[in-house]
Design a protein around this ligand. Sequence first.
Ligand SMILES: [Zn+2]
Length: 377
Amino acid sequence: MSSPNHQDNRAVQQDARAWKAFTQSNYTAARRWITSPLSQGILGPKLSARHLVSTLETHPGLASKDGTPCLGNDGYGGSSGWNLNNEEGFARLCLIADFLRLFTPTSGDDNAKISSYELKHTAERFLGQYCTEAAYISNGELIWAAAALGLPVTGQSYGSKNLLIGISEAEHRYMRQLLNDPAPRAHHHRPAGLDFLQEMLPRCVNGEILSEQWDKPSTVIEYSAFHLWLTEQSRRNDRVGDFTSDYIAGVEMNEHKIAQSPSDLLEILAGISHSPDAYDSMVEAISGWYATSPDSEPIRRPMIENESGSHAGYGAGPGSIERLVFRCPCGDGQIIEEHENIPGFREHDHWFDCAKCKGEWRFAENRTVRDWAIIPR
Ligand SMILES: [Zn+2]
């Protein structure tokens, strides 16, 4: 029986021979490129040169029935020759594969929506930050690496050399935003492997062979019942429909987080510029939510001041007054919670110090003064 090390060596030899034949280079050079630290595979197994060559010759989307490759360096149907007869070539394909492994694949070819040309620019900008080997990526190389990974690769439009690649549009948008201004403000679409790739790329560039492997987590985004309800309301043909459509777009565009609760939604709106009408529409939406889900947790507001202090008392000894100030829902006033702890004089109270909110919100029933929470009237 051969040792694992021996099998590895054999695989490298076979790969080097295949790459030598494909690139018409010499064996020693091909072997060096294949064993480069940049080619080791960061977010997945090392790409095999034999698999890359066979993808080009047998992939139903990239080769004709007789095995003639239809992919060139400049794209589908392209005729320009590959620029792979150098160390960078093989490493670049492996780095593109690691970049593409960041994204959740779409289910099936029909959902492939991202142009290979757009994607190659994103890959260049991301990988180019770490190494010159991938500062320029050809359209054909991007398509080739995607096909080798088994991603949906489809949909050539007439006369175009670009194909559509099946990866999550939302995650790709996040990466584009990360490389541009303004940066994303919410991170629910951040690719799960990004931190690991960002940490490992410089080490690979420094020549390190990594001992760590990336454990791919489940990347399912958890949408709250409240978010799903808001999504349903976005089909309404009124101002609540307009407001919730804007909210959904904000989640899709990574402009703000997903609202787990009405409290979150208030904070989200407070964090972005909005019209008074948007606020009123939100209150109407939240009101509708509590009408359909009366058991849903009522809303707390963030504290902005704690004005507690001692009090000389009224003859029976000193005490304290605790006055907690919270931001009201509209943001123009306050909710006050007050506790007078003075011997012979104890009182606990809360109230809206905002005329607008006083008319629109009330304290939820069956809660103590300290445990107050609010719902729309
Ligand atoms: Zn208010």
